[in-house]
Design a binder for this molecule. Structure first.
Ligand SMILES: NC(=O)c1ccc[n+]([C@@H]2O[C@H](COP(=O)([O-])OP(=O)(O)OC[C@H]3O[C@@H](n4cnc5c(N)ncnc54)[C@H](O)[C@@H]3O)[C@@H](O)[C@H]2O)c1
Length: 443
């Protein structure tokens, strides 16, 4: 079985590498020549734990190839996975230009019957559109089936998710095509659910919308906890023990980010609007998340008064730990707002600095380690719960900072530990710890 994967980003690259690891012949194609050059030399353009060694092993064993040449990738493929980006348009709808472009290229270069399997997250009805585009342009004698196979991997644990995912969803209106895609995944021993195309497309959006809802819900409860003097960790623990609710995705913080939840929630609101159903619940989820990302700056201002000329250390830039992805990261919102307040910013992240430096305007100093970011700072804001940040001894803050004040957006430290240190500590949904030594003005 010869497999082509279109798009070598977070999803396409992981898919290609892991399918090669399963023993398939895989050609990954991308329009970005720099990315392909890097991949051909065995280096990963993205930070994903465990990916690079697996990539190298499969390149050496000649099961995995990278190209920018559509003829080489598509001509002899039995199955073509589409994993190109589906970013949002200004109005929140999904931008399908990459999906449409790749569909046209596939139609142009195939020389045999083929199954096109869509991993990109696409609105309901898109797979029918892909089929239509390909059928209009392909040689008439060829038969093309389109299957929806939404991707559920999480950046930072993408390999674990590929090999040990909760489920694989295969949406098809053709039994034979669905069975062939099923066979590819059988060695993984992951529950496979076969359904119709539209339901498969909707499962992906509904999953992300539900998870985003859980996050915004727990964040709203966290705000209430702060106001009434309860502790969100106790509350989340208490509600999570109910099997109907479950303990997962109940960590309060400064909101969701990344390349999926923000755009997929907006796309579902758009999709609902297109069928005359205003999705009020999801609109509120999105609004709550937007406010949540600004909370560290609001808290910093409450603690310090004006932030003008204040030195702020921002710890963590990636939208979550174990990735270099900064798309829609809370850190970016925080930094923009701090800059608008006239603060001076020193920011640290173990891997995401190059990506952040590309999108952030001047005014941010990126440091090579946490201590340099904290040195002389008036306040530290924790934006990403990297292990390196969570395990940083609290002494370091009091030693290096001008005033040891932490606004922890990810609840990295236990309140018991903080109480033993001369540190003012404000987290999410938990009682604030205000220390005399900080000599601060609380408004
Ligand atoms: N990143 C995630 O965690 C994740 C998880 C689940 C689903 N998804 C979905 O998967 C899709 C891909 O996401 P991603 O994060 O991997 O995106 P990405 O931006 O990292 O990668 C997309 C790649 O596609 C390439 N590309 C664009 N047009 C192309 C073409 N015509 N032919 C070949 N390559 C082309 C781009 O150059 C880029 O390298 C999106 O629809 C996303 O919503 C992403």
């Amino acid at each position: 079985m010869r497999i082509a994967v279109a798009g070598s980003g977070y999803v396409g690259l992981v898919t290609g590498v892991c399918l090669a690891e399963l023993g398939y012949q895989v050609i990954c194609i991308d329009v970005n020549a720099d990315k392909i050059k890097m991949l051909q030399s065995g280096r990963s353009p993205i930070y994903e734990p465990g990916l690079e060694p697996l990539l190298q092993r499969n390149v050496i064993s000649e099961r995995l190839h990278f190209t920018t040449n559509p003829e080489y990738a598509y001509t002899n493929a039995d199955i073509i996975f589409i994993a190109v980006g589906t970013p949002e348009l200004k109005d929140g709808a999904t931008n399908l230009k990459y999906v449409e472009a790749v569909s046209k290229t596939i139609a142009e270069f195939i020389k045999d019957d083929v199954i096109v399997c869509t991993k990109s997250t696409v609105p309901v009805g898109t797979n029918d559109k892909i089929k239509e585009i390909i059928n209009n342009l392909k040689p008439q004698e060829l038969h093309v089936e389109v299957v929806s196979n939404p991707e559920f991997l999480r950046e930072g644990s993408a390999l674990i998710d590929f090999f040990h995912g909760d489920r694989i969803v295969i949406g098809s209106n053709n039994h034979q095509a669905a069975t062939l895609i099923e066979q590819i995944y059988l060695p993984l021993n992951i529950p496979i659910m076969k359904t119709d195309i539209k339901s498969a497309e909707m499962i992906k959006y509904a999953s992300n919308a539900f998870l985003a809802t859980k996050i915004s819900f727990i964040n709203e409860i966290a705000t209430l906890c702060e106001r009434v003097g309860a502790n969100i960790e106790e509350v989340a623990n208490g509600i999570g023990k109910d099997h109907r609710i479950g303990p997962y995705f109940l960590q309060a913080g400064i909101g969701y980010g990344g390349s999926c939840f923000p755009k997929d929630t907006k796309a579902l609101v758009q999709l609902a609007g297109n069928v005359q159903h205003p999705f009020e619940l999801l609109k509120a989820v999105i609004e709550v998340n937007k406010l949540q990302q600004s909370i560290p700056v609001v808290k910093a201002k409450q603690l310090l008064g004006s932030l003008k000329g204040k030195s702020v250390a921002v710890l963590g830039l990636a939208f979550k730990p174990n990735t270099d992805d900064i798309r829609e990261a809370a850190s970016l919102v925080i930094i923009q707002e701090l800059l608008a307040e006239g603060a001076e910013i020193a920011a640290y992240d173990p891997v995401a600095v190059p990506n952040a430096a590309r999108v952030l305007e001047k005014g941010v100093t990126f440091t090579k380690n946490i201590k340099s970011a904290l040195y002389g700072a008036d306040i530290a804001i924790i934006a990403t719960e990297w292990e390196e940040i969570k395990s940083l001894p609290l002494d370091v803050y009091s030693t290096y900072m001008n005033t040891p004040i932490i606004v922890d957006g990810r609840n990295c430290y236990s309140l018991e530990d903080v109480r033993d240190h001369p540190i003012t500590y404000v987290s999410v949904g938990r009682p604030a710890i205000i220390k005399e030594q900080s000599k601060i003005l609380i408004h």
